[in-house]
Design a protein around this ligand. Structure first.
Ligand code: 5AD
Ligand code: FES
Length: 377
């Protein structure tokens, strides 16, 4: 068995069946082997350093109504907020001073002009105000504000954001339709991902693992989808139930499958690392929400990015995408040293004052005569 497994792991090109077989490993021995192999692939392709992005959830107002999401527009129990610009600048400054190097600006989705101006403005100001000897171009900025027009993405890019996260949630159009209302279109999400790439962002996507009805075939297709889309960064985590959403009807199934979903999520991270090799993969908060040491486990399965929560504590409670979000009550403004200690306890180094950009992005693109990055066509 071990030989068969090793042969499979060592392949250069992975077929749908190979990926499915890897995801189907079940015994502890096999999963340990998968984890260790993924770790080696990570070490060889992107190194062992863990890069940090401070996460600021600056607004929970959203025009979308995803059936799984706690801050969907139809959840009227949520108190809506948008942080003041000043408060965002304070958090960003703190992030830079602490040594995080990069930040993620995340919010619910809005596409009105006022919102677009707001986001553009905060990117420009954060870039300017966080310039220092350690960070000559200011903090690295990753945006996560949903589907926008190509013109809007271009504005955000010009303002100084250089990475963008937009999860496909599932690459299966059928499953996508089951977990989103009719006005949210799979095709539009795909279009948005293509536009982001054309503009030149480092593009991140991702999925939820353990969505009711999702099969191993779906997950194998998701991994092939990341490859086909030439994705630079990934954020993947377990689906976690939220009691005030239409998907709360799956509560029983969810509690019964919790352990299995958690393990499956770790396996998906490992197999994605083995197949995609030089991308950045985040160990997500959702893993930590399921099990306190979940994020550290993700790092052992091949992830190399962590996004510590820097959202001001007075609004953290109002940004709950799922039940059991960690760090909402305590004042765990994940300071750099605390995060560093936790990560170093797993034997990894932390990238201080570094962007930690996706190697894949640079491996796959070259500069044109003007010094702009081109994607290989
Ligand atoms: N469980 C897990 N992840 C969730 N997200 C939203 N709701 C949930 C949930 N209930 C994830 C989605 C989204 C990201 C910001 O958070 O994948 O893209
Ligand atoms: Fe908008 Fe979740 S439905 S952020």
């Amino acid at each position: 068995m071990k030989m068969v497994l090793l042969e499979l792991l060592n392949k250069v090109h992975f077929t749908f069946d190979d990926i499915k077989n890897l995801l189907s490993f079940r015994s502890k021995e096999d999963i340990d082997m998968l984890r260790d192999f993924a770790y080696q692939v990570m070490k060889q392709n992107v190194g062992e350093t863990v890069y940090l992005r401070g996460l600021i959830e600056f607004s929970n107002i959203c025009i979308n109504d995803c059936y799984y999401c706690g801050i969907r527009k139809s959840n009227h129990k949520v108190k809506r907020y948008t942080l003041d610009k000043e408060e965002i600048y304070e958090a960003a400054k703190w992030c830079a001073e602490q040594g995080f190097g990069s930040l993620v600006l995340q919010s619910g989705e809005r596409n009105d002009e006022q919102f677009i101006d707001f986001v553009e403005d905060i990117i420009i100001k954060i870039k300017l105000s966080t310039k220092s000897e350690k960070l000559p171009s200011g903090l690295g900025i990753t945006l996560c504000v949903g589907e926008q027009t190509k013109e809007t993405y271009q504005r955000f890019f010009n303002a100084g954001a250089h990475r963008y996260l937009l999860r496909i949630e599932t690459s299966s159009p059928v499953l996508f339709k089951k977990i989103h209302p009719d006005f949210q279109l799979y095709e539009r999400r795909m279009e948005a991902l293509k536009n982001l790439k054309e503009i030149g962002f480092q593009v991140g996507t991702g999925i939820m693992i353990g969505i009711p009805g999702q099969t191993i075939d779906d997950l194998a297709n998701d991994i092939l989808f990341f490859k086909k889309m030439d994705i630079d960064m990934l954020g993947m985590g377990p689906y976690i139930i939220h009691s005030d959403t239409p998907m709360n009807v799956y509560y029983q199934e969810y509690t019964e499958r919790k352990r299995e979903i958690y393990e499956l999520a770790l396996k998906v991270i490992a197999v994605t690392r083995i197949v995609l090799k030089d991308v950045n993969i985040a160990s997500t908060t959702a893993l930590q929400a399921m099990y306190p040491m979940g994020r550290e486990a993700g790092l052992m399965f091949g992830a190399n990015v962590i996004m510590p929560m820097l959202t001001p504590t007075h609004v953290r409670n109002d940004y709950q995408l799922y039940n059991g979000k960690p760090c909402i009550d305590e004042f765990t403004s994940d300071c750099f040293e605390c995060v560093q200690q936790r990560i170093e306890s797993t034997g990894r180094k932390v990238g201080k004052d570094e962007y930690g950009d996706s190697r894949h992005y640079f491996n796959n693109r070259h500069l044109n005569e003007y010094g702009y990055l081109l994607s290989p066509e």
